[in-house]
Design a protein around this ligand. Structure first.
Ligand code: FAD
Ligand code: SF4
Ligand code: SF4
Length: 468
């Protein structure tokens, strides 16, 4: 009997546990199951997983709130309950009241944010208006005082919210946040990638205290989750001893350069800094999938469809060339829409209304990966638990080149975890870096028709577009 069938048969006989989801390679490490149980722990690939004894035991209502449980409600069902009468609905971007492109006009939110500063502004505005007492989001922490560079924290002032600005492509988890929310009465907002917001909403269904206290959810659009090894890879490539790295920026902002030219930046213990553009790194192509969590291969929510408001980058011209950063924003909750509309009227926000096509265009690659790509993966690499996705297995009719892109991306994700673990154990960075350059060369040939191999692929392919 195949291992997927075996694990599902066991699941039918016994309650699903966090360990089952982790062993099936479907745990995104959100930490929802750890609330009241224990924190998540690092696995050997630098991902957070429910690992201690509690993870093998039945956790009350786990099959209802784990975002990768086969029995959990999907994004459509959650959105239908949370936003019962949306002004508009679009299969790609979800239910919404309004959608915008732009940035924060007041204060330093835009300069301090990864994109247009809208996430920090909305969090701060909810606090200023007294609608919440705290916001759970991700802040940098001193790696010498623990084993990580970032963690979730509940910030309770506008200044504290500012300390968390910018995107952290690093594993973080919510168990301590839910514990604090349960322990300390108040109203809270939670910032998170779509699956974390899905977990939060599912938890609200089964936990009356969380339901009462989590007042708002702020979603981040999401390409995929990276492991902590990406930071170590940066350090190897920037000749920075890992034990000297004190702070990490994934996207150092530079108003004079295009927003989509990401720069990795490390600050060392002696105060010096090392940095390099992602495009010059062996694994610096986001779309190639280096260090991606396997659960992301089975995700179909790009734009935080269950969040009250969701934010991304405007990855279309002229915005992608504007290094100051520009958001796209989807407002789903009527209450949040009133706040945003008021601030636009007061010129505190510079936001122009856009339609669903505009938003979908800014995330075209992410949508392809989570629609056509997901359909294809569900067929050639079905998940080890019978997940109920909104996309059916398929993809037979996709052009060969696209199939090869999806297969290569998946191989790069799994290969990067394993090769890096081996290179790390052997203290032999070149093993991983040489492999990564080769893998990226192959991916570049398939996705962008780069180099001699790319030219050959272009000649043989029925699809000569330069797209990933
Ligand atoms: C893993 C990941 C993948 C992403 N993929 C895409 C994508 O494919 N397309 C796209 O358009 N946008 C993506 N984003 C969102 C994008 O990077 C910006 O976060 C978003 O545009 C908001 O920018 P801002 O200037 O408004 O936010 P800022 O004002 O900079 O505030 C960002 C807020 O998000 C919080 N935060 C940062 N990292 C995390 C995290 N890992 N988990 C939870 N909260 C966090 C911070 O604490 C802060 O409160 C991704 C973000 C993450 C974390
Ligand atoms: S996805 Fe979240 S809730 Fe599910 S097992 Fe992993 S950490 Fe727990
Ligand atoms: S791609 Fe999906 S599963 Fe992966 S981190 Fe993003 S929202 Fe979660």
């Amino acid at each position: 009997m195949s291992s997927p069938a075996r694990s599902w048969r066991r699941r039918l006989a016994e309650p699903l546990t966090p360990r089952d989801v982790a062993q099936a390679g479907l745990c995104i490490g959100c930490g929802a199951c750890g609330a009241g149980q224990g924190a998540l722990a690092w696995d050997r690939f630098g991902q957070l997983k429910p690992a201690d004894d509690w993870a093998g035991n039945a956790v009350p209502a786990f099959d209802q709130f784990c975002p990768f449980s086969p029995d959990a409600r999907n994004e459509d069902a959650i959105a239908a309950e949370r936003f019962p009468a949306p002004a508009r609905r679009d299969e790609r971007i979800g239910s919404f009241e309004a959608a915008y492109v732009g940035h924060v006009a007041e204060g330093e939110y835009r300069a301090g944010g990864s994109s247009g500063g809208m996430v920090s502004w909305v969090a701060a505005e909810l606090l200023r208006r007294g609608l919440i007492d705290g916001v759970a989001h991700v802040v940098p922490v001193d790696p010498t005082r623990g084993d990580r560079f970032f963690r979730y924290r509940i910030s309770r002032s506008v200044d504290e919210i500012g300390e968390g600005a910018r995107s952290r492509y690093y594993p973080v988890e919510l168990s301590a946040v839910f514990d604090e929310i349960r322990a300390v009465p108040g109203r809270y907002a939670i910032v998170g990638v779509p699956c974390f917001i899905k977990a939060t909403n599912l938890l609200r269904d089964v936990d009356s205290v969380i339901a009462e206290r989590v007042a708002f959810t702020l979603g981040l659009f999401c390409g995929h989750m990276k492991s902590a090894r990406l930071v170590e890879s940066f350090a190897w490539q920037l000749n920075a001893p890992m034990d000297q790295v004190r702070a990490v920026e994934y996207r150092q902002k530079n108003p004079d350069r295009p927003a989509n030219w990401y720069t990795a930046h490390l600050t060392l213990a002696d105060g010096s800094a090392r940095w390099q553009d992602w495009m010059h790194l062996a694994d610096g192509d986001w779309g190639a999938g280096f260090f991606q969590n396997n659960a992301c291969n089975y995700c179909d929510d790009v734009m935080g469809e269950t969040a009250d408001i969701a934010f991304g980058d405007a990855w279309v011209e002229p915005y992608s060339s504007d290094g100051r950063g520009t958001n796209v924003v989807i407002v789903r909750s009527p209450e949040v829409q009133r706040i945003v509309a008021e601030a636009i009227g007061e010129r505190r926000l510079t936001l122009d209304p856009v339609d669903a096509d505009f938003i979908a265009n800014t995330q075209a690659a992410g949508l392809r990966q989570r629609r056509d790509g997901l359909a294809y993966r569900l067929r050639f690499a079905p998940p080890r638990l019978p997940l109920r996705k909104r996309v059916a297995p398929g993809g037979e009719a996709l052009p060969l080149r696209r199939k090869l892109i999806y297969r290569t991306r998946r191989r790069i994700s799994s290969g990067s975890h394993r090769l890096f673990a081996t290179a790390r154990a052997l203290h032999w960075p070149r093993l991983y870096l040489s492999w990564a350059r080769l893998a990226l060369g192959l991916y570049g040939a398939l996705a962008y028709l780069r180099g001699p191999l790319g030219r050959l692929v272009g000649r043989l392919s029925d699809d000569d577009r330069n797209s990933w």
